[in-house]
Design a protein around this ligand. Structure first.
Ligand SMILES: [Zn+2]
Length: 310
């Protein structure tokens, strides 16, 4: 049955890619042609970028296995997706084939598609997580209400994320949108603007730090409350500042276990330095990966208590 499986997979990936390319072209046209787009114009383009990203993520999920794309499919279809090579030639596939090709079954949500993406491309979670979080909220608002005071920056962030995903998808699917030279210039300008923003933030923080009268030797690290927060010294004023992010356990080949904290924003109360994402942190030469292995026992207790609650 693997021929049928490959044919269905190709069909789904191609159609999702083609549809996403159409949305992405519209969002990019607004971004390229209207440098001052904001409010209603930006809202429409953010909505288009949101749909484009969702469809591209679903294409990537389907490319791994079409079974990842659908929810509540018949058990026979699940068997087909999990073990296509095990099914006999006479397996009656016809009842499901047409429905799946026409997307008659519910597909995974935007956030589920993002989680699937993180599982398939864990190395991209670190640099894209804040972008996915922002777009997840903005896309819903952009189709359900009016985005008042939405700035060009939000549109650029959405398009930046869409182009990153398009880069991955177009490398494996010809029907997907392949970023052009014009798009690459947009990404370069975005990177330069980020570097400029970080320089300005650092300068303002240094000025404020110069006026601080706090002796850092009395400054205690804030308490570690959850697994989505950690602390480190501020790169400007050396006080303790807050990191937001997430914690993950890592097992090495030798059997040793480590606890990693991945930071995707930093906030210092003392000098007001605020770095909004991991890319801004990197631009200020801050690390984004921190070792929390000393908290491993507490992490295990929390995992165990969460299991018991289930
Ligand atoms: Zn500081």
């Amino acid at each position: 049955m693997s021929g049928r499986y490959d044919s269905l997979k190709k069909h789904l990936v191609e159609h999702l890619s083609r549809a996403s390319a159409s949305y992405l072209k519209s969002a990019l046209a607004r971004c390229h042609d209207d440098p001052r787009a904001q409010d209603a114009e930006a809202q429409a383009a953010i909505g288009q970028a949101g749909v484009a990203v969702e469809l591209m993520l679903k294409a990537l999920a389907a490319a791994a296995n079409p079974g990842l794309l659908f929810k509540d499919i018949p058990l026979e279809a699940k068997v087909f997706f999990h073990a296509p090579d095990e099914l006999p030639a006479g397996f009656n596939w016809t009842p499901f084939d047409l429905d799946l090709r026409e997307f008659a079954y519910d597909t995974i949500s935007f956030d589920e598609a993002v989680r699937t993406f993180y599982a398939l491309f864990p190395e991209r979670k670190r640099d894209l997580r804040t972008y996915f979080k922002a777009l997840s909220e903005l896309r819903v608002l952009s189709v359900r209400a009016a985005l008042v005071k939405v700035q060009r920056a939000e549109l650029e962030k959405s398009v930046y994320l869409a182009l990153q995903v398009a880069d991955i998808l177009s490398a494996r699917e010809p029907a997907a949108y392949a970023p052009t030279d014009r798009d690459r210039k947009l990404l370069k300008a975005y990177d330069e603007e980020r570097a400029r923003r970080v320089r300005e933030k650092t300068k303002a923080a240094k000025e404020k730090a110069g006026a601080l009268k706090v002796d850092i030797s009395f400054n205690e690290p804030p308490g570690r409350e959850g697994w989505d927060a950690f602390e480190t010294r501020c790169p400007v004023c050396k006080n303790w500042g807050f990191l937001a992010g997430w914690t993950e356990i890592r097992c090495e080949a030798d059997g040793s276990e480590h606890l990693d904290f991945f930071a995707d924003s930093f906030d210092c109360d003392a000098c007001s330095l605020l770095l909004d994402d991991s890319e801004e942190m990197k631009a200020s030469d801050m690390p984004t990966l921190f070792d929390r292995t000393e908290d491993l026992a507490r992490w295990r207790e929390d995992v165990d208590s969460r299991e018991e609650e289930k």
